[in-house]
Ligand binder design. Structure first.
Ligand code: PLP
Length: 380
């Protein structure tokens, strides 16, 4: 793949894939779990022994993601959670990790239990407040700083360059969950991050039909080698068929993400100040507390994700959600179809998310239909 080629060209052509023997422009699926040796015991391909360690199809998508993120290496996992937990499991008892107060709910829950069980200290910081991050980092020795930006579902934006600086000054490494920003809008490694994480289930696949995770590293350092070993030993690799589907989804990622960003921006602008709307939370609005950081750090759009808070509390918010006709009431995000979710309801009593908030994942539908849908649900 030519480094100087533009991202759209690389993606559309799946890294300029061309099967030299058949001329096929679409790669085949290679399902073999094992790889043979010749008469003298030599492997036909020395990089392949067993499919729990290596995968032909995963490697194609990994190469593409690595190029987009400007990383040194990429590993695909069977889910976002499998990728995230593999990286955190490289910590040793007595180590410390700091993480944002608001972040992907299931990962936060797992972190709390895992850190308690394995004697790892876990401290939380306010995602949008770099002074608070500095204080939390400086309070004690720390090995890993977890950031998620924009942070699901309130969309605080972390200043990645500043977070990397703070982490490195303390001798720690920074990992950025860039699921919502996608590899197209932000490249955390260029801003100083040591690792990038994606739930590839979302925008990277984009069709709500593959569960996958990705880790990309700035350097193949000791932690990276350990996370890669965890993938192989815990059996966390993404299967060939899922990898193939992921690569197919990635070929249109630039078009899908651009449209989702445009739809989200139009939706956010339309409903900011709309009667019955308390607040629209979207990094692309000037009213967003970290708008300046987002504008500097996110190129080409502010993502397809936003949240809206409504007058009338939890009951009215639930009623509005119930009246929506185009937005599908479902969890997840980043697909071509627009979704809506009442996060506080899903996360339960201990959720830090306000209960008058609906999270919207803007898909690629006609924006007039989406705006009209929420208007009728509010106005009814
Ligand atoms: N990070 C973010 C921001 C997410 O939204 C999700 C899933 O919703 C995850 C991580 C976990 O990824 P997965 O569901 O692929 O395991």
């Amino acid at each position: 793949m030519e480094q100087q080629d533009k991202v759209e060209t690389i993606l559309a052509q799946a890294g300029h894939y061309l099967d030299k023997t058949t001329g096929a422009v679409v790669p085949p699926i290679q399902p073999s779990t094992t790889f043979a040796r010749d008469e003298s015991g030599e492997l036909y391909d020395s990089s392949r022994i067993y499919a729990r360690d290596q995968s032909v199809n995963a490697e194609m998508a990994e190469a593409l993601l690595c190029t987009l993120e400007k990383g040194a290496a990429c590993k695909l996992f069977a889910s976002g959670m499998a990728a995230a937990t593999a990286l955190v499991q490289t910590l040793r008892p007595g180590d410390r990790i700091v993480a944002p107060k608001v972040m992907y709910w299931s990962l936060r829950g797992w972190l709390i239990t895992f850190c308690e069980d394995w004697g790892i200290q876990l401290d939380f910081y306010d995602a949008g407040d770099m002074e608070n991050l500095a204080q939390v980092i400086q309070a004690a020795p720390v090995q890993l700083v977890w950031a998620e930006t924009p942070a699901n579902p309130t969309w605080e934006v972390v200043d990645i360059a500043r977070a990397a600086e703070l982490a490195h000054q303390a001798g720690a490494q920074l990992v950025v969950d860039s699921t919502v920003a996608t590899p197209l809008l932000t490249q955390p490694i260029s801003l100083g991050a040591d690792y990038v994480f994606h739930s590839a289930t979302k925008y990277i696949n984009g069709h709500s039909d593959v569960v996958a995770g990705a880790l990309i590293c700035a350097r193949e350092d000791e932690r990276w080698q350990k996370a890669a070993l965890i993938r192989a030993q815990h059996g966390g690799i993404l299967g060939p068929f899922e990898s193939w589907l992921l690569l197919r989804g990635m070929r249109t990622m630039h078009v899908r993400v651009q449209r989702a960003c445009e739809n989200a921006m139009a939706f956010a602008r339309h409903f900011e100040g709309y009667p019955g709307v308390k607040a629209v939370m979207y990094p692309g609005l000037e009213s967003h507390p970290q708008y300046r950081v987002a504008a500097a750090q996110m190129k080409g759009g502010f993502s397809g994700m936003l949240s809206v808070r409504f007058e009338g509390g939890r009951e009215n918010t639930a009623r509005i959600m119930g009246r929506l006709r185009h937005f599908v009431r479902a969890t997840s995000l980043g697909g071509v179809e627009s979704l809506v979710e009442h996060r506080a309801l899903i996360e339960g009593e201990t959720s830090p998310v306000p209960d008058d908030l609906l999270r919207f994942s803007l898909g690629i539908e006609n924006i007039d239909d989406l705006i009209a849908d929420l208007e009728q649900a509010i106005d009814a």
